[in-house]
Every structure is written in structure tokens, then in C-alpha cells.
Design a binder for this molecule. Structure first.
Ligand code: FE
Ligand code: FE
Ligand code: ZN
Ligand code: FE
Length: 167
């Protein structure tokens, strides 16, 4: 990695692999959700994620490179934590609260990576790549906010129903 473009392409390959892992993982999360709204949120983000893969492939094109992936170990680990929760816990609204937490860790990892990729695309004077990366970044930020709202308005209160403590 001698140049900023080298490090950019390295992280881009990592992110392409990460998004492809999520295309496989999100249907499992949707299936595991006990709450209809959470299932819908995972399914909607699956559609967005498929489109994010296409955008990343286009980013490679804007640099005159063919798209390639590089195993993202962080995403493997984050997905593994969600899978463990599905395997080890009963399906209920409290598990949904845990699944939201796992999913938000994924969104924050994505946001961190897209933050650097956007900054580098700008520095490398590639506005076409920047636009594509910003589109992905906006969807991750919106997904993260949607999960917070769902947790606060539906999942956490339902999960805590009957266990309120005086504050
Ligand atoms: Fe994504
Ligand atoms: Fe990664
Ligand atoms: Zn990685
Ligand atoms: Fe995402």
C-alpha cells in the first residue's frame, strides 16, 4: 500500500465483501425477528444492501479496476454474534432487542468505513465514486436511525412490559 489509492482500493474490497456477507445474513435476521416491524426493517435493508453491492462494483469501475472482494473478518465476527444469539436464545421480543443491538454494531462498522472511503474519494478527486459511496453511507445512517426508533418505540417497551421499575 504505497498510495492513497492503494489503501482506498483495499478498503473498498473489504467493504464489497462485507456487504455481500450481509446479503446472506439479513434474510436470517428477518426470519428470526419476533416483531413484524423489525422483520420489515431487516427486509427493507436487504433490498438496499443488494443495491449497495452494485454501487460498490461501480466505484471500482470509476477507478478503471475490476471489482474484487477481500474477506472482511470484522463483519464475519459481527454476523457471528448475531447468529449465536439466534441459536442460543428463544424467539421473543427481548431477543429482538438484542438483534437490534447486533444490527446497529454492523451499521456503525459500515458508517465508519464509508466515512473513510468518502474522504479518500474526495481527496483522490473522484466525484463519481464519492457520490456512490455517499449514497451507501446515507442508507446506513438511515437504517441505524430506524433501528434506534424501533427499539425505543416498540421493542424495548414491549420487552420490558410488566417489569417497569420506578425511576
Ligand atoms: Fe451496507
Ligand atoms: Fe472490514
Ligand atoms: Zn477486513
Ligand atoms: Fe447496512
Amino acid at each position: 500500500m504505497d498510495t492513497l489509492q492503494d489503501v482506498f482500493l483495499h478498503e473498498l474490497a473489504d467493504m464489497l465483501n462485507a456487504e455481500k456477507q450481509l446479503v446472506k445474513a439479513l434474510p436470517k435476521l428477518a426470519k428470526a425477528a419476533a416483531t413484524d416491524q423489525l422483520r420489515d426493517a431487516f427486509e427493507a435493508h436487504l433490498d438496499e444492501t443488494k443495491n449497495q453491492v452494485k454501487r460498490l462494483e461501480k466505484v471500482f469501475e470509476t477507478f478503471g479496476k475490476s471489482a474484487r472482494g477481500k474477506a472482511c473478518k470484522a463483519m464475519q465476527g459481527l454476523i457471528e454474534e448475531g447468529s449465536e444469539m439466534i441459536k442460543e436464545e428463544e424467539e421473543n421480543v427481548s431477543r429482538d432487542a438484542g438483534l437490534i443491538c447486533a444490527a446497529q454494531k454492523v451499521e456503525h462498522y459500515e458508517i465508519a468505513t464509508y466515512g473513510s472511503l468518502c474522504a479518500w474519494a474526495k481527496e483522490l478527486k473522484n466525484p463519481a465514486a464519492l457520490k456512490l459511496l455517499q449514497a451507501n453511507m446515507s442508507e446506513e445512517e438511515a437504517a441505524d436511525k430506524k433501528l434506534s426508533q424501533l427499539a425505543q418505540s416498540v421493542v424495548n417497551p414491549q420487552s420490558n412490559n410488566g417489569h417497569e421499575t420506578a425511576m
